[in-house]
Every structure is written in C-alpha cells, then in structure tokens.
Design a protein around this ligand. Sequence first.
Ligand SMILES: NC(=O)C1=CN([C@@H]2O[C@H](COP(=O)(O)OP(=O)(O)OC[C@H]3O[C@@H](n4cnc5c(N)ncnc54)[C@H](OP(=O)(O)O)[C@@H]3O)[C@@H](O)[C@H]2O)C=CC1
Ligand SMILES: O=C(O)C1=NCCCC1
Length: 338
Amino acid sequence: MSEEVTLPLDEVRRISIDVLKAGGLSDDHAHAIAEVVYAGQRDECHSHGLYRLLGCVRSVREGKVNPNAVPDVVDHAPAVVRVDAHFGFSPLAFERGKPMLVEKARRMGLAAMAINNCYHFSALWPEVEAISAEGLVALAMTPSHSWVAPAGGNKPVFGTNPIAFAWPRPDGPPFVFDFATSAIARGEIELHRRAGKPIPTGWAIDSEGNPTNDPTAALAGAMLTFGGHKGSALSAMIELMAGPLIGDMTSAESMAFDEEVGAAPCHGELILAFDPKVFLGADAAQHVSRAEKMFESIIGQGARLPSQRRYEARERSKVNGVRIPNALYDDLQALLPR
Ligand SMILES: NC(=O)C1=CN([C@@H]2O[C@H](COP(=O)(O)OP(=O)(O)OC[C@H]3O[C@@H](n4cnc5c(N)ncnc54)[C@H](OP(=O)(O)O)[C@@H]3O)[C@@H](O)[C@H]2O)C=CC1
Ligand SMILES: O=C(O)C1=NCCCC1
C-alpha cells in the first residue's frame, strides 16, 4: 500500500476550506487561511502546508482563538498601519491591512504594518511575495512560543521567529527568502516525529541539555538557533521588533498566555514595505539592473537563489498535484463532517 496520497491542487484548497469551516472558522477566515495553507503545500513547504490545519482546528477547539474575529485596520501614523486581529488568525488581518500598507509605502517610501493580537501559524513568504507583486521591497518577522535556547544557554527563551524578505525583479518572480531563526522550523521536527524519523544533530537538545536526534526529546527540550550567536541575536531582534516595539507579546509571554493548552502562538507581527521608486526616482532602473547583476553572479557559479526550489516545486505541483502522507490525509478527513 502506498504511504502517500496524491491530491490535485484544487483539492488542496477545497479540503482546506472544508476543514476550516467544519472547525468553526468564519467564511472569511477559512478562505484567508486556506490560501496560505494551499500556497505552502503547493510550494512543497510541508511544515506549513496542509499539516497546519490540524493545529488551526485544535486552537479553535481549545477556545483560544476567536474564529469570527473581524480585524480592525487603523491609520495610526503617516507611515504606520496598525491592525488589531482581535485574537483571530493572522492571514485575514494581513489581507485586510495590506492595501493601506502599500498605499503608505508608495506615498512615504517606507511604511510599517503592525498586526496585534493574532494567532500565528503560517509561513511568511506568501505575505512578502504579495507585497513584492506591488513593486515593493518587503520584510516581515514574528515571534512564536519560547522553544529555542539562546546561543550559549540551554533553556528556551526565543520563538522559532521567522524572518522573510522579498525583492521584486523586473523579468520574473521576486527574490525571496523566509526562514526560522532556529536551526529549523518546529513544524519540521513535528513532521519527523510523525514519520518516526530521527532529526539531524544540531537542531535541538534534550531536557538535560544533551544533543539529541530524537524528535520527541527535542520537542520536550530546547531547539537551537541557526548560526550560533548570529541566529540568536537575530531572534532577539525579532522578539523586540515584533514584540515590545509594537506593544505585543514576546515568545515567552505568548507561551505563558497559552496556559499549556497547545494552541498556535498568539502575539504580533511586523511587516515593512519600501518603495524603490521613492528612494531612487529616475535612477530606479539603473539600480535595479545592478541588483540583477548580483543575482546573475550567484546563479552563474552554480549556486541557487533562495526561493528557486519553491518556484520549481510550484510548477511541478501544478502538473502533478501534491503528495501528502496517508496519515495526514486520514487526520484531515477525520475533521470533515461525516
Ligand atoms: N509562523 C511562525 O511562527 C513560523 C513560521 N515558520 C515558517 O517555516 C518555514 C520554513 O522555515 P525553515 O525551517 O527555517 O526553512 P529552511 O531552513 O528550509 O530555510 C528556508 C529558506 O532558505 C532557502 N534555502 C534553503 N536551502 C537553500 C540553498 N541551498 N540555497 C539558497 N537558499 C536556500 C529557502 O528557499 P526555498 O524555499 O527555495 O528552498 C527558504 O527561503 C518558513 O516559511 C517560515 O516562515 C518558521 C518558524 C515559525
Ligand atoms: O514551525 C514553526 O516553528 C512554527 N510554525 C507555526 C507557528 C509556531 C511555530
């Protein structure tokens, strides 16, 4: 028997919407969340694709998330948009706030959007990619729950704290990177546990502080930052910029707020958008072509750009559909109405 099931892409979207609606989410939330889950699965980001629906539904069932929250978009300052997600999931808050962020960035050159009080489970690249589709440069960051030890320590302080960047390119999809500041996303360790596979050395330590290859011990212990003290400092920056700076929770505070329920982390997100036309005026084309030279010199020596694998996966999925483990398929089916 095959251990995986193949799903056409439209089925990925349909299952997502059906699972979310059956889980009690409003139509608007179900559609906004389904789009980011769909994008994750399509681009073969397994840790943030269909698997995330399980956590979404659990978070609603536990009574933490407001499944009908209507985000408020506030014109806070000439270059600052604030969105209060009212304890709903973040994708709808982003969708509602984005038009004002783009408009402000075009007027001011640089604008920021602070999303507050949101439950956050999603990859960040769909957001920065959407902003770059408007011709803007974008940077996004968010904390999570305190699962990650600082470099030199062995007790969790930081979240897995992703940071994502997008740079629009004239003749193709944008240059995008998006990664956790931990050695790997926690979702990837969870997927190893579900598949019964060991994790590589360097991802985590157990609760005694020893290196471990056991995903269960890793999840109970502490994850490690990427790049030692460098990932640790970046992670601290994200805690500060998308936490106290915007009046929201750090990963440790988000963890305490969860009260051991195991819901998605609840905190803020900071998104910055820059308009190259305002910075560069008539010189924009010349500077953009210098950026292209840099990309060419990376690709020209056989290295790849971040996002290249994802764009290739995107094309593959359009033709072949996506493959998910049978166990995940069964778990999703169990969340649908009988
Ligand atoms: N909401 C949340 O709280 C959290 C969300 N996440 C999400 O988890 C996802 C996965 O994160 P993570 O586990 O750190 O992912 P990875 O460690 O796999 O890093 C992903 C990034 O690095 C790029 N990359 C990987 N290998 C190479 C290479 N050889 N050359 C050039 N670029 C490369 C990827 O491009 P490509 O995609 O093309 O491979 C991608 O941009 C992210 O989308 C992140 O947003 C993570 C933590 C918390
Ligand atoms: O994979 C991760 O790390 C996370 N993803 C979604 C939210 C919590 C952290």
